[in-house]
Design a protein around this ligand. Structure first.
Ligand code: AFP
Length: 404
């Protein structure tokens, strides 16, 4: 069904993208009309692999599409994500050179009161445009945008067909406070199905929008269980792209000679238990008692596994979760007395990363509930997150349950 939407996203002649949308916070006061939970996708098996190129992300996605024709459109989105990640990787790498002039602050504060880095703004623009030019996106929400951005009208010129349309949520440069020191950073992306029945009057700006129109723009407010895909790119010693389409977690490494992401970590399985904790431990005295006690036991080697845990913390969620996926352990940013919902954002940090971790056999919880099952009420909602190895995270869940 063709969407009856006109643009509320304007691209100015100076290439600055500004979103004009409803300014009030988006609250799902009534149930959102959203697509039903996605079906499990079939994962490809590669019988024959070229020794020189390996399995590229392009081949992976085209084989996924052949096995799952209903998600063929996702290959176009992943083409855009791939290009954006390569471009961001180059920007991050070059940022240390004085000639790049991309380090430091932009001089703006985002809606969450955080100072925006120059690279936050540049990468947000880059990813937004890459996704928009696919013509497959109805709405997007980003850490760096105050409100969701309706793209349907803006896509008119590049719309290829009237196939499925998606909602993208992303954090273009997570961990950007580390970027000036050359510490790993990442991009996090979640993809939902868009409600194609949404119709927004072209004159709908700010208070002119009806509740229904506001809710259509707020089509981003879906729980993680509705995600059809999630991915992160890690800009580190190598550039990685790790994704799930709901059937396992797959890791690709950028082969800089080929310019292609090559499957390097097929069907990642996070170790069921480990001995690594990854928290900002300066906040320990303010954590909930069950978490404080569990972590204290782990440090003393008196937890369920009897192993003595050690600590690894970068302060970039993508880097910390990537290590946790490969080595096991528990990464978290829990709620505390000062910030009961912690620091991480549900929509574009907590939910997509939980999807990736769960698809690798891990768990992700707030301590009291599964992160994937929380329905966001506002776009930039924060959520306590404790994710990683199944047995270790279960120990935290059990401690919370016992304390109730
Ligand atoms: P920045 O993007 O502002 O650097 O924040 C990164 C982040 O959202 C997440 O990637 C980290 O896990 C977490 O914040 C680190 O927060 P602390 O600096 O409070 O430990």
């Amino acid at each position: 069904m063709k969407l009856n939407l006109l643009t509320v996203l304007l691209v100015s002649s100076t290439s600055t993208v500004s979103a004009f949308s409803v300014s009030r916070p988006f609250r799902s006061s009534t149930a959102l009309h959203v697509a039903s939970a996605p079906q499990k996708t079939k994962a490809p098996v590669f019988d024959e692999v070229c020794e020189t190129t390996g399995v590229t992300l392009k081949r992976f996605m085209s084989e996924v599409a052949m096995l799952n024709p209903d998600i063929t459109e996702l290959t176009v989105l992943f083409g855009a994500i791939e290009t954006a990640c390569k471009a961001i990787s180059n920007l991050v790498k070059r940022s240390q050179l004085p000639s790049s002039e991309t380090l430091g602050y932009q001089g703006e504060v985002n809606v969450q009161g955080e100072d925006q880095k120059k690279l936050d703004v540049i990468t947000n623009d880059l990813l937004k445009r890459a996704l928009r030019f696919t013509g497959r996106l109805g709405v997007l929400a980003s850490e760096e945008e105050d409100v969701p951005v309706d793209l349907s009208g803006a896509n008119k010129g590049v719309l290829i067909d009237e196939g499925e349309r998606y909602v993208a949520v992303f954090d273009p440069l997570d961990g950007s406070s580390n970027v000036d020191a050359g510490i790993p950073t990442g991009t996090i992306i979640g993809i939902y199905e868009h409600d194609e029945n949404c119709a927004i009057d072209p004159n709908c700006v700010d208070e002119d929008c009806s509740e229904q129109e506001a809710q259509c723009l707020a089509n981003t407010l879906q729980p993680g269980t509705n995600l059809v895909a999630a991915a992160y790119c890690l800009y580190s010693s190598s550039t990685f792209l790790v994704l799930t389409l709901g059937s396992g977690t797959y890791g690709f490494t950028l082969d800089e000679n080929l310019g292609e992401f090559v499957l390097s970590h097929p069907d990642i399985k996070i170790p069921e238990e480990s001995s690594i904790i990854s928290f900002n431990e300066a906040n320990t005295p303010n954590w909930d008692t069950p978490l404080q006690e569990t972590v204290a036991k782990w440090k003393a080697g008196k937890g369920k596994s009897g192993k003595k845990f050690s600590s690894r913390y970068i302060g970039s969620m993508v880097g910390d979760v990537h290590r946790t996926l490969l080595y096991g352990g528990v990464f978290g940013y829990p709620g505390d007395k000062k910030n009961p919902n912690g620091k991480l954002r549900l929509l574009y940090e907590g939910a997509p990363m939980s999807f990736i971790v769960e698809q690798a056999g891990g768990l992700s919880t707030t301590g009291k509930e599964r992160v994937m099952e929380i329905s966001p009420e506002v776009v930039h909602q924060r959520v306590p997150v404790i994710m990683g190895s199944k047995n270790d995270v279960q120990e935290v869940i059990d401690a919370y349950a016992a304390a109730q």
